[in-house]
Design a protein around this ligand. Structure first.
Ligand code: BES
Ligand code: MN
Ligand code: ZN
Length: 503
């Protein structure tokens, strides 16, 4: 059965976070920090526990071997008169080396131990409020999947109360909005493709977008044809589920700059006629991760009321093999008129992105940021936790740095001059592959560059690896969808919104 057109079948659960002037009287547990000093465990003083309770806690923790090393989670019965049943201590390592990422990872690791605990009062915020809030929400996320039975009560997400004064409310709220946006992207990516296909995905984005005050425009297959979106149509034509182009716009009055966001939205990638091997093909439910990240980011921009104009252009299509599918050797005409020879139908992401980038460029934005699960070559080059960023020199380098600063690892990659030659086709303006293994990520970057409008600062972020975590949960990164690079994009939009004068 198909899902309703608007609801996702399953949203993941996650801890509720609250900011309160005082710790709640009726908490079930305390979550405190521990450091690793030269002589072992160190417990900083906190408003949650008095001096004698802290000393008693120290005894309990050392008795069970706690050292305070980063990401160590230790749960012990609470000292008498603490007013709670248990205390959970999370290690932050060396106090002198504490940074945001250490806090996020430790808070995320702790969050996984909080399921079923109830209400938890924490002093984590004293050592980095925004990072702690992000870590708790991101690490405590639990994707239930689609199951016939409800989760048992003991797995219910905790409520985590940060005791801090009102002056921190804005920082707290922004961190919460950012982290919850990451979860939206994760939910979309984790949703199977029989539920999330171009039409249902577009309608979901319409509902979500309108709710936060975005303008929403959806082009269906007829409109796509009328306007000449040959790349999107070509990739979608093998599927019984027709493609869509979603345009979301956040246009606040005070905006001085404009940013175009573009994200790959292949709701399932079989490879098409250039069919992928069956083993592991199921991971291709995540091939819309770029579009999910950009949708989540523009929704965050609206919730944060960032004074920057943002337009997200999201091409959605399902890449299937069938009697109506595109053949290797076909030549297609993109939005704007450029043509591509499709030598490999599995290099489909760039075909839909070409149309979307050309359309987004028409608005003449100051910046064009695009992200996609584009190439297996990205993982060969950089592994599965580090995104590859290509594009205009300065923006590329800055985004890579920004990504690293928020804990979404990224590395600047060059575009290669030899690829200009290898792009040439005997039958069209260009071909979609260079028929080589070497430099596959960079070739895709050069291909996309052909569609970026003159004078627009642009960046392409290949997230084939980092969008999904095939291993077990670590830090604040759960199994499966990670929501990368939502926090990088929000950070970039925030920075751009603060730029004053026109260049
Ligand atoms: N969606 C894939 C890339 C991908 C692979 C993402 C694995 C995440 C995990 C993309 O559409 C693709 O198939 N790329 C081809 C390009 C090739 C045919 C030039 C690839 O990387 O093999
Ligand atoms: Mn593909
Ligand atoms: Zn793909």
């Amino acid at each position: 059965m198909a899902a309703s057109t608007v609801d996702l079948p399953a949203r993941g659960s996650f801890p509720e976070v609250k900011l309160a002037k005082k710790a709640p009287k009726k908490a079930d547990a305390l979550l405190v920090v521990a450091f690793k000093g030269e002589e072992g465990l160190e417990l900083p003083a906190s408003s949650l526990l008095g001096g004698s309770a802290t000393r008693a806690l120290y005894e309990s923790l050392t008795a069970v071997g706690a050292t305070g090393k980063a990401n160590e989670v230790t749960r012990v019965p609470a000292p008498a008169k603490a007013g709670v049943a248990s205390v959970i201590a999370v290690g932050l390592g060396d106090a002198d080396e504490l940074d945001d990422e250490t806090m996020r990872r430790a808070a995320g690791t702790a969050a996984r131990a909080l399921k079923g605990v109830g209400t938890v009062a924490t002093s984590l915020g004293d050592f980095g409020l925004a990072a702690a809030v992000e870590g708790i929400i991101l690490g405590g996320y639990n994707h239930r999947g689609i199951r016939s039975s409800e989760l048992a009560d003991k797995e219910a997400p905790a409520t985590v109360v940060f005791a801090d004064d009102k002056s921190k409310a804005k920082e707290f709220e922004a961190a919460k909005i950012g982290a919850e946006s990451v979860l939206l992207a994760r939910d979309l990516v984790n949703t199977p493709s029989n539920f999330l296909y171009p039409e249902s995905y577009a309608e979901f984005l319409r509902a979500q977008g309108e709710e936060v005050g975005l303008d929403v425009e959806i082009l269906d297959e007829k409109e796509l044809k009328k306007q000449g979106f040959g790349g999107i149509l070509s990739v979608g034509q093998g599927s019984a589920r027709p493609p869509r182009l979603v345009r979301l716009t956040w246009a606040p009055r005070k905006a001085k700059r404009s940013v175009a966001l573009v994200g790959k939205g292949i709701t399932f990638d079989t490879g098409g006629i250039s069919l992928k091997p069956g083993s592991g093909m199921w991971d291709m439910i995540s091939d819309m991760g770029g579009s999910a990240a950009m949708a989540a980011s523009i929704i965050a921009a609206a919730k944060l009321e960032l004074p920057v104009k943002v337009t997200a252009t999201l091409p959605l299509a399902e890449n299937m093999p069938s009697g109506s599918a595109t053949r290797p050797g076909d030549v297609i005409t993109h939005y704007g008129g450029k043509t591509s020879e499709v030598l490999n139908t599995d290099a489909e992401g760039r075909l839909v992105l070409a149309d979307a980038i050309a359309r987004a460029s028409e608005d003449n934005p100051d910046y064009l940021l695009e992200t996609a699960t584009l190439t297996g070559a990205q993982m060969v080059a950089l592994g599965d936790r580090t995104a590859g960023i290509m594009g205009s020199d300065e923006l590329r380098d800055h985004l890579a740095e920004l990504g690293r600063s928020v804990g979404e690892n990224a590395w600047a990659m060059p575009l290669l001059e030899e690829h200009d030659e290898q792009l040439k086709s005997g039958n069209a303006d260009m071909r979609n592959i260079h028929v080589k293994r070497e430099g596959g990520m960079e070739f895709a970057g050069t291909y996309l560059k052909q569609f970026v409008g003159e004078g627009i600062e642009w960046a392409h972020i290949d997230i084939a690896g980092p969008s999904m975590n095939g291993g077990s949960a670590w830090g604040y990164t759960p199994k499966q969808a990670t929501g990368v690079p939502v926090r990088t994009i929000i950070a970039a939009l925030t920075e751009i919104s603060q730029q004053k004068k026109k260049k």
